[in-house]
Ligand binder design. Structure first.
Ligand code: SF4
Length: 667
């Protein structure tokens, strides 16, 4: 078609079928030989899914510049594994670029067993370690290691390399005055700070010749006060081109940046103009990635001339056929990344670190497991149309079973649908659309507004219960039955209008999200009312606007269960929107005028005309009664229970989806 994304392109001598690459991600299993098959299967599935070029996760060029779950090129077995990997991807018809990295002051001595080395001995907020300043001979070693890494990649059968020079890693650190206080020729002036990056590229060029494609991932904007200026960034881009880079991949932000760059609160395409400025300064192709998770955003970025290629990463975790579906114009069938980070970045950067998975795609991280149709198809009933039920129905149908999905409400989605009201979670509707389309294509009978009877369910060979959760209201809580009290579900579903002075009880993930939702909606209401007032128009009914929201958290740590990459963003949103947060307070009782809270120091009364309980949830167990309504033991159905209906301890969509997938795979 006329899509720019689907036009052929080249990076140096490398001809590519279209403009959609897969950006570098490390999965946290790299280097572990037992996981090599899984790693290869992960990439092979993305080759089949149409990736024009896949960029691997970091491969460290030196041991002190590595880290957990990372290949290191000085380890002979890692080199063997990388050779095998390159061979398998070639055999599958794919193109693979090896990313060469030195993590510099972001290296952790606990993982490498070595003192981190960096341009200067300046501590990192990320690791809370102070690196050693590199000597002249250290710098010579770095240049040699990158050149040797490139030669290795070429001879091992990789199609290209990408030099990691962004995100605050070593080469980026040399470029930034924040981390480079050197007084030799590798610091000080702009030329000095550019020097190492330029010499690394030139050294690689000298080693591998003109033909082998070299991509440099540079930082388009560090998002760090006092770091590299925009003009300096363009000077770096030109120097890289002159030194022999075939393409520039432009990253945004450091791991220490306090501006969200990868979360759902960041508008799509927000950083594309920064990539565009680099593109205008050079003659080689330029690649961009941040927040280009939809085909529309990616296409627009190309149409505006901001970039020549897109290299999204997480969207390939969410849908292994990201490019193939775009090529087939199958937008409806695309499983979009939610930018939730819950199973990817929060696993990769969590403590302890875990292998990368994906909330919306339970197959991610287990591509090596075969998925085979059932040789004995049966009739399966799934009761409950939240994400656990949707996933169970989808997977069972994919295996060839005849599936009927029952949902008591008239819309699918359960808690996920409720959550989609929360700012930054509107994208959850895309997941529900994806499931609805998939079930329709698979011929699943979807019966909304229906609670099946035990009698009806007896017609099925297997019954999967995925009835989810309901809000939990503590029974002992005095005043919980008063009319000013409601639950988070009442607020998110729109069943209750907002009060004017709101106290939210429960400072976990849901309480924090509800506070965010109410505060955002209130701000919007203020805008609308101000818009009318400024124009002298008085509508019959003004928008209800809470003028005070207080979030009461039992724990000192608000939004405790929220992952490390998202929590700080959420807390800053609450602060920005003026939500008052009370930490370390327990709710003792509610009366008609407000809430009594207490801590060791004593008691406080919070005036309120609305109290929203976000005090957890519990499994819906009403199903047990009607399923067990049969006569004798033999008559009784023995359902499999998945998702929140089986465990409501913490609301965890990733776990629910994965559990449903596992179960349905075994039916
Ligand atoms: Fe995207 Fe969330 Fe999946 Fe990560 S876990 S790839 S952010 S949907």
């Amino acid at each position: 078609g006329s899509s720019l994304l689907l036009q052929r392109g080249t990076i140096g001598t490398l001809a590519l079928d279209h403009r959609i690459l897969m950006g570098a991600m490390h999965l946290g299993i790299e280097g572990d030989r037992r996981e090599l098959d899984q790693l290869a299967a992960f990439y092979e599935e993305r080759v089949r899914g149409g990736a024009a070029l896949i960029i691997t996760g970091h491969a460290a060029v030196l041991p002190e510049g590595g880290g957990h779950g990372m290949f290191c090129l000085t380890v002979p077995d890692h080199r063997d594994q990388l050779r095998e990997l390159a061979g398998r991807i070639r055999a599958a018809g794919g193109k693979l670029a090896l990313q060469l990295t030195h993590t510099g002051r972001y290296a952790r001595s606990a993982e490498t067993g070595l003192t981190p080395k960096a341009p200067s001995a300046i501590a990192s907020r990320l690791t809370r370690e102070t690196p050693e300043a590199m000597t002249a001979s250290d710098i010579a070693d770095v240049k040699e290691a990158f050149a040797e890494g490139a030669r290795f990649a070429r001879d091992a059968g990789f199609h290209a390399i990408e030099i990691m020079g962004s995100e605050g890693y070593l080469l980026n650190e040399f470029m930034s005055p924040l981390t480079n206080a050197r007084e030799d020729e590798y610091g000080g002036t702009l030329d000095g700070r550019i020097r190492l990056s330029a010499e690394v590229v030139a050294g690689i060029r000298a080693r591998v010749g003109r033909e082998f494609p070299v991509i440099f991932r540079m930082s388009g904007e560090d998002v760090m006060d006092g770091s590299t200026t925009p003009d300096e960034t363009l000077a770096l881009a030109r120097a890289l081109e002159q030194s022999g880079a075939d393409a520039l991949n432009v990253g945004i932000g450091w791991h220490e940046s306090r501006l969200p760059t990868v979360g759902a609160t960041v508008p799509s395409g927000a950083f594309a103009h920064i990539v565009g400025a680099v593109r205008a300064a050079v003659g080689i192709p330029v690649i961009g990635a941040n927040r280009l998770h939809t085909p529309e955003a990616a296409e627009q970025a190309l149409a505006r001339g901001d970039m020549d290629f897109v290299a999204p990463a997480r969207p390939w975790l969410a849908d292994a056929a990201f490019a193939r579906k775009i090529a087939q114009s199958d937008r409806d069938g695309l499983n979009l990344c939610l930018a939730c980070n819950q199973a990817c970045l929060d696993h990769a950067f969590g403590n302890p670190r875990k292998a990368v998975a994906c909330l919306v795609n339970p197959r991610t991280g287990r591509e090596a497991e075969p998925f085979v149709p059932s040789d004995a198809p049966i009739a399966v009933a799934v009761v409950g149309g939240g994400v656990a039920g949707l996933q169970a129905a989808k997977t069972a149908a994919e295996r060839g079973h005849a599936v009927t999905l029952f949902e008591a409400r008239d819309r699918l989605g359960g808690q996920f649908l409720l959550a989609s009201r929360i700012p930054s979670k509107a994208v959850f509707r895309e997941t529900l659309r994806y499931y609805a389309v998939a079930l329709q294509r698979l011929g699943v009978a979807v019966r909304t507004g229906t609670v099946p009877s035990a009698e009806e369910l007896k017609a099925f060979d297997r019954v999967v219960v995925a009835t989810g959760v309901e809000p939990y209201v503590p029974e002992q809580l005095e005043g919980a039955d008063l009319s000013l009290v409601c639950t988070y579900a009442d607020i998110l579903s729109g069943a209750r209008a907002f009060g004017r002075k709101v106290v939210i009880v429960g400072g976990g993930g849901i309480g924090s999200d509800v506070a965010h939702y109410m505060a955002e909606t209130a701000a919007l209401g203020q805008d609308v009312n101000a818009f009318f007032a400024e124009r002298g128009y008085a509508p019959a009914s003004a928008h209800a606007v809470p003028f005070g929201i207080t979030l009461v958290s039992r724990s000192e740590k608000v939004a405790k269960g929220v992952g490390p990459t998202t929590r700080w963003v959420l807390l800053e949103e609450l602060k920005r929107r003026g939500v008052e947060v009370l930490k370390g307070y327990r709710c003792r009782a509610i009366d008609a005028g407000g809430v009594w809270v207490e801590n060791e120091a004593g008691e406080r009364f919070l005036e309120a005309d609305q109290v929203v309980l976000c005090t957890g949830q519990r499994s819906r167990t009403d199903w047990a009664e009607w399923l067990q309504a049969g006569e004798g033991d033999a008559e009784r159905l023995r359902p499999d229970v998945v998702g929140g209906a089986s465990d409501a301890a913490e609301l965890n969509a990733a776990r629910a989806i994965r559990q449903a997938y596992e179960l349905a795979k075994s039916l």
